[in-house]
Design a protein around this ligand. Structure first.
Ligand code: CDP
Length: 233
């Protein structure tokens, strides 16, 4: 029995309303917008194109290069523009989350640039960014094994809940907030990102994974629908 109410009235399994659209950056090779409620991410893909300087090229495969940034007006307390340790970490984790679905060996010596910008942040920006980037890579027509879907699981009281807002993340008692972002390959059981900020008891992990699985199935449908709509335009 759940003894708490989520501030926006959602059930523990409810994602925020999702918005997804492709082709939002016409000059890019592929692009997409993905939003969880007030968290809005756009992703633009450029490439594969020859990587310069040459010494950075990999003759065996393409280099996937992700740049994630939280725009300074996206948060309540204005953020200093430019990269930070946080943005570098999220960029790297996003590369790891997306690489397994890409056939990088098909494009030796090249780079695939993925730019992710967060227009509005209300928690879950890395997961929204991964969802947008996965769609943008597909929109660019790159060969992919599958889409990647991503969501953060959190904790309210002692119950795991899906897709926390910043308000929910900031409201925590006792052992502190829990942010458990995951990404998975849509039509498989393979997770490509598992991070944990805070505490979660091992007893709760199976329930958290189940929540993420179910949420990713919903996210996948939203991503697919947007890609199909984009293909018709
Ligand atoms: O966004 P995500 O949950 O993936 O990463 P986080 O580092 O756990 O950040 C959680 C939230 O804190 C962000 O989504 C923003 O709403 C907020 N934040 C902020 O207000 N200012 C920052 N410089 C970084 C994060």
């Amino acid at each position: 029995m759940v003894a708490f109410k989520r501030p926006d009235g959602r059930k523990i399994t409810d994602l925020r309303p999702m918005t997804a659209k492709v082709g939002v950056v016409p000059n890019a090779d592929g692009s997409a917008l993905f939003a969880f409620g007030d968290t809005i991410a756009i992703a633009a893909v450029y490439g594969p194109r020859l990587l310069h300087p040459q010494h950075m090229q990999d003759p065996k495969q393409a280099v996937l290069r992700v740049n994630y940034d939280l725009l300074s007006f996206s948060v309540y307390e204005r953020k200093k523009p430019g990269p930070s340790r946080r943005s570098q970490e999220i960029s790297k984790m996003t590369e790891y989350a997306l690489s397994p679905v890409l056939d990088l060996k098909e494009f030796p010596n090249t780079v695939i640039d993925v730019q992710i910008y967060i227009l509005q942040a209300d928690a879950g920006t890395r997961t929204a960014g991964i969802n947008a980037a996965s769609m943008a890579l597909a929109h660019a027509g790159l060969p992919m094994k599958d889409l990647v879907c991503s969501v953060a699981i959190g904790k309210q009281d002692t119950t795991v809940v899906v897709d926390l807002t910043k308000e929910e993340e900031d409201f925590h008692e006792g052992e502190g907030a829990t942010d458990f972002p995951l990404a998975k390959i849509a039509n498989s059981d393979q997770f490509t990102l598992v991070q944990l900020d805070g505490n979660i008891s091992t007893d709760l992990i199976p329930a958290a994974i189940q929540l993420a699985n179910d949420a990713c199935a919903e996210i996948y449908e939203v991503q697919k629908k947007a890609l199909k709509e984009g293909a018709l335009q």
